[in-house]
Ligand binder design. Sequence first.
Ligand code: MGD
Ligand code: MGD
Ligand code: SF4
Ligand code: MO
Length: 803
Amino acid sequence: MTDKVGQQKIKTYCALCIARCGAIATVDEGRLVSLEPDPTHPTGQALCAKGRAAPELVYSPERLHYPMKRTRPKGDPNPGWERIGWDEALDMTAAAMRRIADQHGPEAVAFSQASGSTTAIGDSAPWIGRLMKAFGTPNAASPLELCGWGRAYATRYTYGVGSVGVGAGGGAMPDIDNAGCVILWGYNPSMSRLTHGTAVVKGLKRGMRLIVVDPRHVGLASKADVWLRVRPGTDGALALGLANLMIERGWYDSQFLRDWSNGPMLVRDDTGRLLTERDLRPDGSDRRYCAWDTGTDSLVIYDSTAGAYKRTDADPALEGTYTVETTEGAVTCRPTFALYAALCRRYPPETVASTCWIEPEQLEQAADLIWNARPTAYYAWSGHEQHTNTTQTARAISLLYALTGSFDKVGGNVLFPTVPNAPVNGEDIPAAQNPAPALGVTERPLGPARWNNVSTRDVYRAILEDKPYPVRGLLGFGANILVAHAGPQRGREALNALDFYAHFDMFMTPTAACADVILPVASPFERDALKLGFEISFEAQSWLQYRTPLVDPVGECKSDAEIVFALAQRLGLGEHFWDGDLDAAYRHQLAPSGVTLEELRATPGGIRVPLQTTYEKHAEAGPDGTPQGFATPSRKIEIWSETFLEHGYPALPEFEELIVGPVSRPDLAEQFPLVLTSAKNALFCNSQHRALPSLRKRHPDPAVELHPDSAAARGIASGDWVEVVSPDGSMRARANLNTKIDPRIVVGQHGWWQACETLGAPSYDPFDAAGSNFNMLIGTTALDPISGTASHKAYLCDVRALS
Ligand SMILES: Nc1nc2c(c(=O)[nH]1)N[C@H]1C(S)=C(S)[C@@H](COP(=O)(O)OP(=O)(O)OC[C@H]3O[C@@H](n4cnc5c(=O)[nH]c(N)nc54)[C@H](O)[C@@H]3O)O[C@H]1N2
Ligand SMILES: Nc1nc2c(c(=O)[nH]1)N[C@H]1C(S)=C(S)[C@@H](COP(=O)(O)OP(=O)(O)OC[C@H]3O[C@@H](n4cnc5c(=O)[nH]c(N)nc54)[C@H](O)[C@@H]3O)O[C@H]1N2
Ligand code: SF4
Ligand SMILES: [Mo]
């Protein structure tokens, strides 16, 4: 129970989005009254309108307050929701999970989870993951293929880690405080991660340079040295074009690439594969590659297991063509860097201009800054992640970045340290050892399913077609999958076909409405959480905080963590969940940090744990005494991905035009001449927050941005309701005219469905073409071959006036 007497100021942080802004809450007689920034907190410089609307969220009349069960058949317009008790709801859920697992195996129960960037699900994500492991299902339907794949996973095929952190650490974050140049690539932190926005503004004040790659002139674009107004979905070509200029001018760190990339490894011209020691002699190893040593003008062997060249004084070449005597005769070979440079040469400034719609002078300016304003750091997010060529785009950007040599150096992208903590993800639980293959992993073995993040498309197929095996149950931790993803109708059909679906949420969403049982979830302001580092800087990373519940949960709401621990008990998995004691779990997690739960509870504003900052960790000696290098198969930054090649994908980040775009589908472009993309809204997180009056008041209707010329050509005036049509569907929104976008593009918003009763603002039917569901426009068959990403940020459309 929280204190209900008088007024209190409580230090906390807002967890509504990934920024996790340090805040001070005012609680009056047990009611949350306001949230203000806490400038003493490393992420507490400012709060956005959503954070300030926290009391509206907590006390929203639309909140779910009680567990409910469906009493009418699925698909019936009247679900007949009936209030039930927590015990009944949890018993029903656990029993259904067991029943389905007994009949079809635990993999037939999938979990879905909202993204941690748009919700506070990160509070409970480790426990949800642990329950999946203990129960034995590999299937987590998360939006990973749309969110985080490019920044945090695709780049693992280059650096062995994400280009940016996921959760606490885990990737190379931009060291904005010390960078000479920052690239925000398809990322608008002023709206989407305030703390990064604030850090960039601070950097600009001390002279840091800024490049923004975005089709829209938003956020920090007005403060950028260069704003690259890229054609949606051509970021890969842009990255290759920038790299081309840099390589041509010698603007790359050749020593870094020689030492730390696989750029020197030779590729056979005849087979297109890396030349290995086995090509030289039958008893040679295929894990040993060959480079050309310029010192001795001869081959030198690189042992990927040892991460070292056979000759310590080797000076391997990045360029040139070499004839090598193999067991099959003489073969010409070239270093992978030379092949990469040749790929980049296919994107000279004129080609970039025609492909990406970016003028040569701007390209030149950007390339100049990336090199000459070093150290350079970058952050690439949603803008480059939602296309049919996303994986290779992320690779192309990561290789462009490798040219700078700034990786893990002061002011570059740095692997920030993390407060020591005990892993709780459940990898060690016996049931986790041999799970069934995750859905979709056979089709896309290198994609998100490799990390057990399965696409909604694959879940729907498993439900409706039993392919590759049946899925019969779903546990939904907040994800509003029917609105977030393309294919809402098929999604609804699938959810309605489940034997059992339990959904846990704060609101009754279109997705939740398909459930059999709904459990009301406490908002982050009503529940506790442990946060181990705030990610955006060294200072923030050293911050440990226990978020105390500010007020009692409304109604009978409980936290996701409580739900998980209670379910685990009922499933007989309590031994893996500290017998239901969440505090004991926190204590276990915290033990290596040297900070106790009691200390943290006594210091609600958080505690700084001194962390040691080291750079260029790849050069540090690993357990075998050789430099540890990178966590890739070659222990080097992989310019050339033999892993990709082995799976039938190009080893270099070749640019492929969008599957549904003006270049590859001129037939469709005749009818749908405009390129369609989407962006997040400053006032709402994805499909949420439309019910909060202070926010909805400022943005009452769904909007679609188009250029005044394209509008005029269609008889559309500013503020008109219009119909957006694509080859796959349609939606409605209000026209918002913008002179700064290219007349050939249209920018929509997704996530509109919710009403705001207080204002009398309407809801929108997400399954109706006359509604306002952006993702009705996006097809589900044009997919990135590696990640399965559908093209939510580059499609074809037209806009029509509604008479
Ligand atoms: N206010 C608010 N904050 C949020 C969220 C929210 O919904 N609202 N969502 C959270 C989540 S889940 C995420 S993933 C992050 C995402 O944060 P961001 O990545 O900043 O999100 P977006 O606005 O989707 O995309 C960023 C920019 O990409 C641009 N863009 C569109 N198409 C292209 C393209 O083809 N190429 C390039 N280079 N740029 C393009 C858009 O114009 C947009 O300005 O934000 C998180 N924070
Ligand atoms: N066209 C288009 N489509 C997109 C995007 C885009 O840019 N354009 N962005 C994509 C991206 S990046 C993402 S991440 C997805 C987002 O898709 P989702 O991950 O589904 O996120 P939201 O739409 O924000 O919905 C989150 C849901 O979780 C609930 N919720 C909030 N906090 C909690 C909590 O702590 N516990 C529980 N149990 N529930 C909670 C909310 O009430 C809401 O119902 O959308 C994707 N879809
Ligand atoms: S940016 Fe806004 S919503 Fe996100 S954590 Fe900060 S205050 Fe909360
Ligand atoms: Mo996201």
